[in-house]
Design a protein around this ligand. Structure first.
Ligand SMILES: [Mg+2]
Length: 166
């Protein structure tokens, strides 16, 4: 069976992903998923905790780009306005796990693949995509997953079957 191994598997959301651990491992750039990884869907804003995490990562020298499969252009215009305050670019309609837009993100980060980590809450988009372009991966719990609808939660649980655990 198809199985995907995540480089990092923090026990929780992105807030549990230790920035210093990434730096020690030589990671210099992050490709972050948007929905449920760094923002609640349709919120358009960072929570204070996420904003602090991102600012800490930037302060410590990590380059960041957001890559989302979301196609809702009018919503994403608002997200882009928020990201502009942090000078973080956004790639939309990315079609992860396809590699085209992930390769664009890697080009922007301008680092060798082993120095880049993708962070996301979906195995079959974010983690598979990361593996496809040979970068490090961090599978995280979704932000406030309890508020997701039942169908999506079931899908997420099903997807976890594809995650290889030690
Ligand atoms: Mg997501």
């Amino acid at each position: 069976m198809l199985r995907f191994e995540s480089t990092y598997l923090p026990a929780g959301t992105i807030l549990k992903l230790n920035i210093n651990d990434l730096l020690v491992d030589g990671v210099g750039g992050l490709i972050l998923d948007l929905d449920n990884t760094i923002m609640l869907p349709n919120s358009g804003e960072f929570s204070e905790e996420i904003s602090n995490w991102i600012e800490t990562a930037l302060d410590k020298g990590l380059k960041i780009i957001i890559v989302t499969n979301n196609k809702d252009e009018s919503y994403l215009d608002g997200v882009e306005a928020t990201l502009n305050k942090y000078n973080i670019p956004l790639i939309i309609k990315a079609q992860k796990p396809r590699t085209k837009n992930l390769k664009k993100a890697i080009e922007y980060l301008n680092l060798p693949p082993e120095k880049i980590c993708i962070v996301g809450d979906r195995v079959l988009t974010d983690i598979w995509g990361g593996i496809n372009v040979k970068i490090k991966t961090a599978f995280v719990e979704p932000l406030l997953g309890k508020q997701e609808n039942i169908l999506f939660r079931a899908l997420r649980r099903l997807e976890k079957v594809f995650l290889k655990t030690a």
